[in-house]
Design a protein around this ligand. Structure first.
Ligand code: TXA
Ligand code: MG
Length: 345
């Protein structure tokens, strides 16, 4: 199969493919997704197969109008409605008990479904033209960094799916915030994203960040969001997340530099790295910039043949929490504290 790259005039054709039960690459404001008809179990199985995704990891269902939500779930509690009105269209996925319109295979066998109304105009146009709710996991092969351009998605999916719709570089660069409601006033963040716990707190009385967001989860643990337990986002290069200030980071890198080693740093670290001869690439100076850049940076490091990538750790508040959550998984939980490590060497 030859995977076609479709431009905006290809939306009608992409919608035909969706209605025919085929998977199609779809740009969203977060990352590219692998879209299919959420109500068609055979189409959903093709998506799981193309990604190499474990069958117990549920897909997010995408809509293009608030009115399309109610038929997919058993009930929309007032807090969920308020959150949707505040953050949709946008990078927020709300999990609720699913209705019979969502097949079990789409939900990874769970009784619930995560729904999201994406902000990207091409995603919205595809959902409208297809006339069905669209299930879409991120468009990478399972375990790889999520694609933030059509080229990334093509690199993973070439020959596995009929087409990818072009939609430019993803603005957020990090997947949606996934939440569940613990009770009428409490939001639980299962996966952090561009909508931050702080922002959710402007609508909900209480916001809890689930333990799985920052902890290491073993594959046999039962977690509320199955995606949390799998190895994720990992490039071929070994990744180590380095915590600490700039001076500690530089000292650490001077000790750990060598053939095939590169540092992924804040923009402001570049002059100091260069002065010390530490090979580096910048990934931004704000949480938002780092979110937009880091998946691409992981792929570029692989393209350059980097063997060990040391990443200057982002903050763990605001959008930084989402970047940190992805990086600890990319690093396989190899996290060092530069300050302590530098002292003991
Ligand atoms: O931004 C995004 O969310 C992108 C774009 C394409 O919309 N999609 C995405 O899908 O990241 P995926 O499948 O790569 O990640 C979905 C995550 C997984 O960790 C999955 O376990 C969790 O959301 N999830 C989905 N439905 C769930 C449910 N019903 N209950 C618990 N977790 C759920
Ligand atoms: Mg994913």
């Amino acid at each position: 199969m030859n995977t076609k790259l479709l431009h905006e005039d290809g939306i009608a054709y992409a919608a035909e493919l969706i209605r025919a039960g085929e998977p199609v690459g779809m740009p969203t404001e977060t990352v590219y997704g692998l879209a299919c008809d959420a109500g068609n179990p055979d189409a959903v199985r093709k998506v799981f197969a193309a990604k190499g995704r474990p069958a117990d990891n549920p897909l997010i269902v995408h809509i293009a109008d608030l009115s399309e939500w109610a038929p997919l779930v058993t009930e929309i509690p007032p807090l969920a409605q308020k959150l949707a009105e505040r953050f949709w269209p946008g990078p927020l996925t709300i999990i609720l008990p699913r209705s019979e319109r969502i097949p079990s295979v789409t939900a990874g066998g769970l009784d619930s479904v995560g729904v999201r109304f994406p902000a990207h105009p091409v995603a919205q146009a595809l959902i409208r033209a297809s006339g069905v709710p669209i299930a879409a996991p991120s468009g990478n092969r399972s375990g790889s960094p999520s694609p933030t351009t059509s080229a990334h998605m093509l690199a993973d999916m070439d020959g596995r799916i009929p087409a990818i719709l072009e939609g430019g570089s993803c603005l957020c660069g990090v997947e949606s915030t996934v939440i569940v409601l613990d009770d009428a006033e409490t939001v639980r963040v299962l996966r952090p994203g561009f909508v931050t716990p702080e922002q959710l707190g402007t609508v909900a009385e209480r916001v809890i960040v689930d333990d799985a967001v920052l902890a290491q989860i073993s594959p046999d643990t039962v977690v509320r969001s199955p995606g949390m337990k799998y190895k994720h986002y990992a490039p071929n290069a070994q990744v180590t997340l380095v915590q600490g200030g700039q001076a500690d980071f530089l000292r650490y890198m001077q000790k750990h530099g060598g053939e095939g080693v590169t540092a992924l740093v804040f923009d402001a670290d570049v002059p100091a790295c260069e002065a010390l001869g530490i090979p580096c690439r910048p990934y931004g100076d704000t949480d938002e910039a780092r979110a937009a850049a880091f998946f691409a940076a992981l792929r570029e490091a692989d393209a350059e043949g980097v063997q060990h990538l040391y990443v200057r750790a982002p903050r763990t508040d605001g959008v930084g929490l989402a970047v940190y959550n992805r990086l600890i998984r990319a690093a396989g939980y190899d996290i060092v504290h530069a300050e302590a490590a530098a002292d003991t060497l």
